[in-house]
Design a protein around this ligand. Structure first.
Ligand code: CA
Length: 733
C-alpha cells in the first residue's frame, strides 16, 4: 500500500508522466463502489464454485466466473462476532478486543468504515451485526439484534427502535439492501454497502419455497462423519458439537413437544423460530415437517432404526435445512447482481461474497465451527471487479479476513493505517489471485471461546499452503498436519520422526507469527472454566467476594492458594482477624487473573490493601519472556486501579524457584522482577522483593522452606507473613 500511494503521489507531482502514458489522473478516476454480501456460517464446501457436491449456487457461481474465487481464504478466529471485529478493524482478535461472542465491540477504535467515510464513501450495513454495541462509522445501518431470526425478524433502527418485518429474513435483508441502493443513497457519491445475512446460521429455518429441495433424495455424507478423534489432541473428544450427541430435539431437529428419545436428542422442546411464526406460516411449516417427523417417531418406537441409521437421519435433517437456507441467500445475490446490471452500476461496482467463517457439514461428525480444521478455518471469498480481475480467476494466495479492511481502503484510494495487521489484496487481485513478491506464506489463527457452548478449547496455530500447526495451551500439545497427504486432518504428525524438521520449522513459524502480530498471551484474558476444579474454585472465590467486607486481599496462583494448605495456621495468626480474602488459584497465570478480576472475583470488594504475587506459572508453563509477563502484571495493576482506585497494591517480586540461583526459570522470574519493580509509584502501587527470606546466603532454596523449590512450607509462609507485616501496617491494614 505504501508503495501504491507513493506511486500515486509521484503521478500527481509529475503530471508530464501522465501525458506520456496517456491515462487519466488516478485521483480523477471514479472511486469504485463496493457491494459486500456477507453471510453467516456458509462453508465453501456448500458453494458450486468451490466444487460443492451437495448443492447448486448459480448466482454465487456467477460472481466467481465473472471474477475470482480464492481457495486459500481463512478467518482469524472462527466464530461470528470475532470474525466481524477482525474485518472492521483489520486486526486480529487480541488487538481489537473482541475475543469471544458476548464481548462488546469498542466502537471508538479505528475501523475501516470510518476511514471510508473520510475517503468520501457512503457507508451502510444492513442485517446481522452481532457485536453488541451499535455500528459506528456508517451513514446508514439497520441491524438484527444478536443472532436475529429467520421468520418475521426484528431489526434495530438507527434511533434504537426495533422494527418487526413480516416475512423471511434473508429476503428482507436483500430487499432492504436493494432499497438503500435504489432510494436511500446519494447517487453522486461512491458507496460501500455491507449486506449481511443471518443465513445459513443455526437453527436453519428455510423459506417454504425451498422445502421441496432434496425432498426425495439423500445428500451424500462426508467420509469423516464417523471420525473417532484418534491420533490428535485428546481435547477433540471433549467437543459438544457432534451430530450424533448434540442436536436439540426441537431447536435443531424441528420436532414439537418434549424430547421423546433423550438418549439421542437434547433440549427443552422449544423452537424459537416456530414460536415467531404466524398461524399461516406455522401451517405451511407443519405440512413440511410433521409427516417426516411422524414417520421417524413411528419407526423409532417400532425399534426399526439402529444407531447408524439414526445418525444418518439427523444428518439429512440438518444438511437439507442448512442447504435450503443457503438457497435463499443465492436467490438474494442473484437479485442484487441483476439490479446492478439494470441500474448500470455493474461496471463500477466491486461485488464480494464472503461468510464469517466456514462450517462443518458433518466432517469429523460435527456441525458448528471454532476449530482450526479446514472446514471452519476457511471462508468463501468470491470477488468480481470488472476490468481488473480476469473472469474465472482461481486465486491461490493466502488471504485472511483481516485483509478486507485494508483492501477496501486501498480500493478507495485511502491510506491503510499501519496499525491494521491485514494487507491490501489489490496487488494480488491484479496478479491473477497469485501471491506477489513478499506476500505472506502463512496465516495465524487463534480461538479463545473455551468454557462456552460446544466446549472447544482455546487453541491457536499457523497454516501454510501445505502444513498446519495447532497449539492447545491447556494440554501444552502441538498437532501437525500435512494437508497434501492428509487433507481430512485425521492424524497429527508432530511425533513422526520423518516430520521432525518440518515440526521444528513450523514451531518457529508459529513463534515468529506470534511476535509479528504482537500476540502476548500473558495479557489476553483467559478463563480456565473448561477445567472443573478451576471452575469450582473460581465460583467459590466470586461467592466470597460478593459477601463484601474485605480489607486485605491476596491475589495469585498456587503459592497464594497455599495459605489454605501449609500456610493455614500462619494465615490464622496474621490475617484471621483482619477481614482477609484468599484469591489464589493453583496453576493460574497472569491471563487467568486478568479474567478473574474482571469476571466476579473482585465484584463487591474494595480492600484497603491487595497483595499481588503472580507470574511464576507464566515462566514455568509457557516460557513467556520477562517483558511479556511483566505486561500481564501491569495489566492486572490497571484493572485493580480501575475497579477499586482506593486500594493500595503491595506488588511482590515473584518468589525465587529452582534449587540453584542459575536455574533458568529462576532467572526468568528475576528478570520479570527487574521490570515490575518500576511499576511502584509510591501511591497506589508499592513494590517489595522478599526473595532473601527464603534463600540461603548462597542463593539456594532450602527444602525446609521450599520443599519442591517452588511452593512454600509452613516455615515459608511464616517468613512471608513476617516480611510483609511492617508493610501492611504502613499501608493501613
Ligand atoms: Ca458465524
Amino acid at each position: 500500500m505504501c508503495l501504491m500511494s507513493r506511486l500515486a503521489t509521484a503521478f500527481l507531482v509529475f503530471p508530464s508522466l501522465l501525458t506520456l502514458v496517456n491515462s487519466p489522473l488516478p485521483g480523477a478516476e471514479k472511486q469504485p463502489n463496493i457491494l459486500f454480501i456477507f453471510s453467516d456460517d456458509h462453508a465453501p464446501g456448500a458453494i458450486g464454485a468451490y466444487g460443492s457436491k451437495i448443492n447448486k449456487t448459480p448466482n454465487l457461481d456467477r460472481i466467481a466466473s465473472e471474477g475470482a474465487k480464492f481457495r486459500n481464504s481463512f478467518c482469524a478466529n472462527s466464530i461470528c462476532g470475532p470474525s466481524r471485529a477482525c474485518i472492521l478493524t483489520g486486526k486480529h482478535s487480541h488487538k481489537n478486543g473482541f475475543l469471544r461472542n458476548g464481548n462488546e465491540f469498542d466502537g471508538t477504535q479505528m475501523t475501516f468504515p470510518k476511514l471510508m467515510q473520510q475517503a468520501g464513501y457512503q457507508t451502510a450495513v444492513i442485517g446481522k451485526w452481532h457485536l453488541s454495541s451499535n455500528p459506528v462509522g456508517f451513514d446508514y445501518w439497520e441491524i438484527l439484534p444478536g443472532q436475529g431470526s429467520y421468520y418475521n425478524p426484528d431489526l434495530i433502527q438507527m434511533d434504537n427502535r426495533k422494527k418487526r418485518y413480516e416475512g423471511y429474513c434473508t429476503d428482507i435483508i436483500t430487499d432492504l439492501g436493494l432499497k438503500w441502493l435504489k432510494e436511500q443513497r446519494d447517487p453522486d457519491k461512491p458507496f460501500i454497502m455491507m449486506c449481511q445475512h443471518k443465513a445459513p446460521h443455526r437453527n436453519w429455518a428455510p423459506h417454504p419455497r425451498h422445502f421441496s429441495l432434496y425432498k426425495n433424495e439423500d445428500v451424500p455424507e462426508p467420509p469423516t462423519l464417523l471420525d473417532d478423534y484418534r491420533d490428535r489432541s485428546a481435547l477433540l473428544q471433549e467437543n459438544e458439537m457432534s451430530i450424533k450427541d448434540h442436536f436439540f430435539w426441537a431447536h435443531d431437529m424441528k420436532f414439537h413437544g418434549e424430547v421423546l428419545f433423550p438418549e439421542y436428542f437434547i433440549g427443552d422442546g422449544k423452537n424459537g423460530e416456530y414460536a415467531r411464526m404466524t398461524d399461516e406460516q406455522k401451517a405451511t411449516w407443519d405440512a413440511q415437517y410433521e409427516p417426516e417427523n411422524a414417520d421417524f417417531i413411528q419407526r423409532m418406537k417400532a425399534g426399526e432404526l439402529n444407531d447408524r441409521q439414526i445418525l444418518s437421519w439427523k444428518y439429512q435433517r440438518y444438511i437439507k435445512d442448512y442447504l435450503r437456507c443457503i438457497q435463499a441467500v443465492d436467490d438474494g445475490v442473484g437479485r442484487m447482481l441483476d439490479y446492478l446490471d439494470e441500474a448500470g452500476l455493474a461496471e463500477n461496482t466491486i461485488v464480494i461474497y464472503s461468510s464469517d467463517q466456514g462450517f462443518y457439514l458433518g466432517e469429523h461428525g460435527w456441525y458448528d465451527k471454532r476449530w482450526m480444521f479446514e472446514q471452519s478455518l476457511q471462508m468463501p471469498f468470491l470477488i468480481r471487479w470488472p476490468g481488473t480481475i480476469t473472469p474465472g480467476t482461481d486465486g491461490p494466495a493466502l488471504i485472511q479476513n483481516i485483509d478486507y479492511g485494508p483492501t477496501f481502503l486501498d480500493i478507495a484510494g485511502a491510506e491503510v493505517p499501519s496499525e491494521m495487521q491485514g494487507r491490501s489484496m489489490v496487488e494480488v487481485l491484479k496478479n491473477g489471485g497469485r501471491p506477489t513478491a513478499g506476500w505472506r506464506d502463512a496465516i495465524y489463527y487463534a480461538y479463545y471461546e473455551n468454557a462456552a457452548v460446544h466446549n472447544v478449547p482455546v487453541h491457536d496455530g499457523v497454516r501454510t499452503d501445505r502444513y498446519k500447526l495447532m497449539f492447545f495451551p491447556r494440554t501444552k500439545e502441538f498437532n501437525l498436519f500435512d494437508l497434501r497427504k492428509d487433507p481430512d486432518e485425521l492424524k497429527s504428525l508432530h511425533a513422526d520422526p520423518e516430520y521432525a524438521v518440518i515440526f521444528e520449522g513450523m514451531k518457529k513459524r508459529y513463534r515468529d507469527l506470534q511476535n509479528f502480530y504482537d500476540v502476548n498471551t500473558a495479557v489476553i484474558p483467559a478463563t480456565r472454566g473448561d477445567e472443573k476444579g478451576w471452575q469450582q474454585r473460581d465460583n467459590e472465590l466470586t461467592a466470597n467476594a460478593k459477601k463484601g467486607g474485605v480489607d486485605l486481599a491476596f491475589i495469585g496462583d498456587s503459592i497464594t492458594q497455599g495459605w489454605e494448605g501449609s500456610g493455614r495456621e500462619v494465615w490464622q495468626k496474621y490475617y484471621g482477624q483482619r477481614k482477609a480474602i484468599n484469591l489464589g488459584i493453583g496453576g493460574d497465570r497472569t491471563e487467568h487473573v486478568i479474567w478473574r478480576l474482571t469476571h466476579g472475583n473482585f465484584s463487591n470488594i474494595q480492600p484497603k490493601v491487595a497483595v499481588l504475587m503472580i507470574g511464576t506459572n507464566n515462566t514455568g508453563h509457557s516460557d513467556q519472556a520477562p517483558h511479556q509477563v511483566a505486561a500481564g502484571i501491569q495489566r492486572i495493576l490497571e484493572i485493580l486501579k480501575a475497579q477499586t482506585p482506593e486500594t493500595k497494591v503491595l506488588l511482590l517480586g515473584i518468589f525465587p524457584r529452582g534449587k540453584s540461583s542459575f536455574d533458568p526459570k529462576r532467572l526468568n522470574n528475576m528478570a520479570i522482577n527487574q521490570i515490575i519493580r518500576r511499576y511502584a509509584d509510591g501511591k497506589g502501587v508499592h513494590y517489595a522483593d522478599i526473595s532473601n527470606v527464603f534463600m540461603e546466603e548462597d542463593g539456594t532454596l532450602p527444602e525446609s522452606i521450599m520443599p519442591d523449590a517452588l511452593h512454600l512450607s509452613e516455615e515459608g509462609y511464616k517468613r512471608w507473613a513476617e516480611a510483609i507485616e511492617p508493610m501492611l501496617r504502613d499501608l493501613g491494614v
